[in-house]
Write a protein that binds this ligand. Structure first.
Ligand code: DHE
Length: 529
């Protein structure tokens, strides 16, 4: 008796569906190899085009993916396939790229080293501002990330003119990080690429792919190390900041050694000579010292792999864990860097964690989804005339900015805004802080200006209805604020920070963020670090 005869009807139908399904999967895979693999990689890990892994596509809805495959993407190399594939074939491809790659992709030592590129000639260029800067103050440059066509612009922050524009990796995310002298800037892409750019000579010096899906990166205050926070694989990757060569891989195992975690974010804690890390899937915060004199850590399981003989003293990059009861999604340092203020997307309360004591010491009244990574601080006089330092954070799912007293951790005020927003910015020399409401449908074209003493919204800056206006960064002296008109044919709006009038527009393609060298390297209280 044949196998078919031995199967019952329900079994037979299931078997036929499975065969048909795998044939369809086979077809779609063949079509992928024929039309897509050359740019997106045979195993969807990316190439000239971005990686097409479910993790990397989380922020692209399937109907949008279908549109891109059918019609292409403006201002990129992605062509439309409407003339080559029929509607069914396009739909199958759009579905299939959201399925996991089997076997699961690996990105370890071999792959990281294999991706590493150094421009030897660029690495020898002189350590003084070159002609390309046209005499601009190298500490008042702006780096503008334009994700409309994946480019970076370098602006002269005094003349407020573009000096240079060059292509970036696909979908940069997070603020770029600078070397302590401001000469080099490091970018991280969601696809895991880290690029080092020389601002004096306007060239890319080195690149490496440190992960398949990356959150952000931080640079140590001694300028020696770059730490990369990955979602995929679950790891932290230490790179030598000189040439981005691989130095260490630290898989993110929990203290019990039975679970790994995605990494939510990593930031440099300069006064502590350490990096602080938030883990997404296990309730732990880590501190990794880059101080050669750091005491070795006795506790905890460590699985890590070192690739630079003699570069690390025993206390370096060994996680000091704070065990928590809640997951940490993002966080903010207090002025002293002794504590972090952490948020968790699952909880209604934030947590204050004392880093030396490695424990939670207080709770914060933080409703909604505060975006602590965008928090800023300033000096504020309370009604009794006492000067306090306050921290304020926008909120990703509620129209409010929360202001917290950093001495008592009490909420000073919840400032109502026109809608949920991403960013908050100010400058020591400005009486104003700017916030957006870009997560709101009706009001995403409005920037709101908060008076830092009265804690009231005192003005609005409006773009056309339907457009998005968000993300501000000040010039080095705080005289002008640059805001992003976040459209494909968008612009940077230069706003006089005293009278709040627009003085100029600099065209830019979806300029998601801009960063002033001086404000970053001096850790200005009005900007993210
Ligand atoms: Fe971001 C910074 C997390 C979605 C644009 N974003 C950050 C940082 C974190 C973070 C932890 C700080 C890293 C740093 O600067 O080193 N972002 C998240 C998320 O969890 C979230 C909500 C969802 C996600 O899937 O990642 C998210 N972020 C976005 C966007 O949709 C934005 C608006 C558009 C985009 O390009 O992805 C966006 N995030 C930004 C920008 C910064 C950023 C421009 C840098 C802000 C700064 O001024 O320093």
């Amino acid at each position: 008796m044949s196998l078919l005869h031995r199967l019952s009807w329900p079994c037979l139908i299931a078997a036929l569906v499975a065969v048909a399904g795998s044939a369809a999967a086979g077809d779609v895979e063949t079509r992928y190899q024929e039309h897509c693999a050359a740019c997106h990689g045979e195993t969807r890990l990316g190439g000239v085009g971005p990686a097409l892994l479910p993790e990397n596509l989380e922020r692209l809805r399937k109907p949008e993916a279908l549109n891109v495959i059918r019609d292409g993407r403006v201002a990129t190399q992605m062509p439309g396939f409407a003339d080559k594939l029929n509607a069914d074939e396009l739909r199958q491809l759009a579905e299939w790229i959201y399925t996991p790659v089997v076997p699961a992709p690996v990105w370890g030592e071999k792959e990281i080293r294999g991706s590493h590129v150094v421009d030897a000639a660029a690495a020898r260029l002189p350590a003084r501002p070159g002609r390309g800067l046209k005499g601009a103050d190298p500490l008042n440059l702006f780096i503008v990330v334009e994700t409309g066509d994946h480019h970076i612009s370098v602006l002269d922050g005094d003349k407020l003119e573009r000096l240079h524009r060059f292509p970036s990796r696909y979908a940069l995310h997070g603020g770029p990080k600078f070397s302590p002298d401001g000469r080099f800037v490091y970018f991280a892409s969601r696809d895991g690429w880290i690029s080092k750019f020389d601002l004096y000579n306007l060239v890319v010096v080195a690149e490496v792919r440190a992960g398949l899906n990356t959150r952000n990166a931080a640079v140590s205050s001694d300028g020696k190390w770059v730490l990369v926070a990955n979602y995929l694989p679950h790891s932290l990757v230490v790179l030598d900041a000189a040439d981005l060569s691989l130095a260490r891989i630290i898989p993110t195992w929990n203290a019990a050694g039975n679970k790994t975690s995605r990494v939510s974010a990593v930031y440099d804690a300069a006064p502590r000579k350490s990096f602080v890390v938030a883990l997404k899937d296990v309730p732990e915060a880590w501190e990794l010292s880059y101080d050669p004199a750091a005491e070795p850590v006795a506790e905890g399981l460590v699985h890590d792999f070192q690739y630079k003989e003699g570069a690390f003293k025993p206390g370096m990059f060994h996680p000091r864990r704070t065990l928590l009861t809640d997951y940490l999604d993002d966080f903010f340092f207090t002025q002293s860097y002794d504590e972090i203020l952490g948020s968790s997307r699952s909880a209604t309360k934030g947590q204050v964690i004392f880093l030396d004591g490695r424990k939670k010491v207080a709770e914060l009244d933080l409703p909604g989804m505060p975006h602590l990574g965008s928090g800023i601080t300033w000096k504020w006089k309370d009604p009794a005339g006492r000067e306090r330092t306050v921290m304020a954070s926008p909120n990703l799912n509620a129209g409010l900015v929360t202001v917290i007293d950093l001495e008592t951790y009490e909420t000073v005020k919840q400032i109502p805004t026109l809608g949920p927003g991403f960013f908050l910015r100010s400058h020591e020399n400005s009486r104003y802080a700017f916030t957006d409401s870009m997560m709101s449908k009706e009001n995403r074209n409005v920037l709101q200006v908060i008076d830092k003493q009265s804690l009231e919204v005192v003005a609005q800056i409006r773009a056309e209805p339907g457009q998005t206006l968000a993300h501000v960064e000040f010039t080095r002296d705080g005289r002008y604020a640059l805001a992003s008109l976040w459209e494909m044919e968008g612009a940077l709006l230069v706003i006089d920070a005293r009278n709040l009038r627009e003085v100029k527009r600099i065209p830019a393609r979806k300029p998601v963020g801009k960063y002033n060298v001086w404000n970053k390297i001096s850790r200005s209280e009005g900007t993210s670090h």
